[in-house]
Design a protein around this ligand. Structure first.
Ligand code: ADP
Ligand code: MG
Length: 330
């Protein structure tokens, strides 16, 4: 069955049926606009990410369920990086006429599963036909008290640079997919990244970070954004980078360097944040509460730019391979 057999409104009804009513959504899917009750005393955080077939994903590599999950997760990651609590989402789809309804159903299931996991309510969106490529645009609203929102601007010389989880797996997973590997921890990280929502919230609630960003473009590029916006420099000690057992054992065999993957690969969706040096003692209990490793990987310094130190302590400028859609090289 294709979308044309069901029609746009039949399809929207199918989505609406799967969304439970919520107290803070007096009007959800079905009217010209949704009505939402704002979170008292908090600011609204809002972010949007678009995933386009052929640019962000390949329908040959990803199944619709995981694509649905990822399309919300990448937005959750942005709210997490502000220390926010995700609340409401809009889902807009451009759908090629040849796509099976089963594909859309699985996509929606994946999206709504992640929404449920994070108490996010789907409150609307838009659906239109496309010629060839499937395009997904998600807008996510969140909330946080103004004094707890964490920006990219607050890093200070002497601060420690910290990161959650492991780095480099997602870009290695993409490499494995291109080589025909369809299963494994790195492939899963690429196709189905987990947004660190609980980590962002806990760090913000405790007001530990001075600055925070999610690692979407790659560590060097995203740390560069913190450095620029905070008017500081950053040093990464590559010997400290949290590398997964998977890339430590598999990367070299296909000519990939695990440290380079961690520095320059994108889409890890871990949280990268800075903390005052005297807050380091708080990290073990935060990591334990989250069941998530948190690793200190470097230091903020006076100056500008991002410098990495190799295992012998020699400085080098890490490549920024983060995806720039409009740069000459991409
Ligand atoms: P309008 O023509 O006023 O834009 P639509 O027919 O596009 O209205 O949408 C009708 C309702 O369905 C609206 O509440 C809209 O937010 C919702 N909607 C449309 N597409 C989606 C989608 N892909 N996911 C969730 N809600 C959707
Ligand atoms: Mg519309």
């Amino acid at each position: 069955m294709k979308l044309k057999d069901l029609g746009e409104f039949g399809f929207i009804d199918r989505i609406a049926e799967r969304v439970a009513p919520a107290a803070d959504v007096p009007l959800g899917i079905g009217d010209d606009a949704a009505a939402l009750i704002p979170a008292a005393g908090e600011h609204t955080l809002v972010t949007s990410d678009l995933l386009a077939e052929g640019i962000h994903f390949d329908r040959a590599f990803t199944d619709p369920y995981r694509l649905g999950r990822k399309s919300l997760s990448v937005n959750l990651s942005d709210i997490a990086a502000m220390g926010g609590r995700p609340r409401h989402a809009l889902l807009s789809l451009a759908v090629p006429k040849d796509i099976d309804l089963a594909f859309l159903d699985d996509f929606t299931k994946g999206f709504l599963a992640v929404a449920d996991e994070h108490n996010v309510i789907l409150v609307g969106g838009d659906t239109c036909a496309a010629r060839t490529d499937f395009v997904v645009s998600v807008t996510l609203f969140g909330a946080q008290s103004p004094e707890k929102i964490v920006t990219r601007k607050g890093a200070r010389p002497g601060d420690l640079i910290c990161v959650t989880g492991h780095l480099g797996d997602s870009s290695f997973g993409l490499e494995e997919l291109r080589r025909g590997t369809v299963h494994g921890p790195a492939v899963e990280r690429h196709l189905n990244p987990a947004a660190r929502v609980d980590a962002g919230l806990l760090l913000a609630e405790r007001q530990i970070p001075t600055a925070m960003i999610d690692v979407s473009d790659g560590l060097a590029a995203d740390l560069g954004h913190i450095a620029e916006q905070s008017s500081v420099g950053a040093i990464i000690r590559t010997a400290e980078l949290p590398l997964s057992p998977h890339i430590l054992t598999k990367a070299a065999a296909v000519g990939k360097d695990a440290v380079t993957l961690a520095l320059s690969g994108g889409e890890d969706y871990e949280l990268l944040f800075t903390i005052p040096a005297d807050a380091a003692g708080l990290l073990p209990e935060v990591a334990a509460a989250l069941s998530l490793p948190i690793t200190v990987i470097g230091t903020i310094i006076d100056g500008s730019g991002v410098v990495a130190l190799d295992a012998a302590g020699n400085p080098f400028v890490p490549q920024r391979c983060g995806f720039d859609h409009f740069s000459q090289s991409s």
